[in-house]
Ligand binder design. Structure first.
Ligand SMILES: [Cu+2]
Length: 153
């Protein structure tokens, strides 16, 4: 004989799990969604051991190489205006890298033969401020110097 209490707690658990599954599905869908009209669109390519930034709107690409002795980059930095919604498409040219702006909570893997999309909002920081960009996936000898900056212009 089936105990009514057993039926009740089984149905309660099934209902709870169904609710968690539905909520998670909706949440994951929204986390992965990209803005319809980003302010800026940048293609980011990780190389051993520098970052390449391409702005398709200007048909411009440049390689940003970090100099640890002066804490500066040559070739240019990633730039954005205050409050901009920036969409980045990230890939790796050789090995797996990870594009990371720690201060903004941005982190996305740069994997060869795969483009990963991500969008973030730049804070309303004063013009002239900059945020450190670094690689957070060990990618070889000079991984530690695979850095750049996001400059607010
Ligand atoms: Cu790297």
């Amino acid at each position: 004989m089936v105990n009514r209490l057993e039926v009740a707690w089984t149905l309660a658990v099934v209902g709870l799990l169904a609710g968690v599954a539905a909520y998670s599905t909706v949440l994951l869908y929204h986390i992965d969604s990209l803005p319809a009209n980003p302010t800026e669109y940048v293609q980011v390519v990780g190389h051993q051991w520098d970052w390449e930034f391409c702005y398709p709107v200007n048909n411009t690409c440049f390689t940003s190489t970090y100099d640890a002795s002066t804490n500066t980059v040559t070739g240019g930095a990633l730039w954005a205006t205050p409050g901009a919604v920036v969409q980045i498409n990230v890939t790796g040219a050789d090995v797996i890298h990870s594009f990371n702006i720690p201060a903004l909570g941005v982190r996305i893997d740069a994997i060869p033969d795969r483009w990963n999309d991500f969008a973030f909002t730049v804070p309303n920081a004063p013009v002239g401020s900059s945020y450190l960009i670094q690689c957070t996936e060990f990618c070889g000898t000079f991984h530690g110097t695979m850095r750049s900056f996001l400059d607010i212009v």
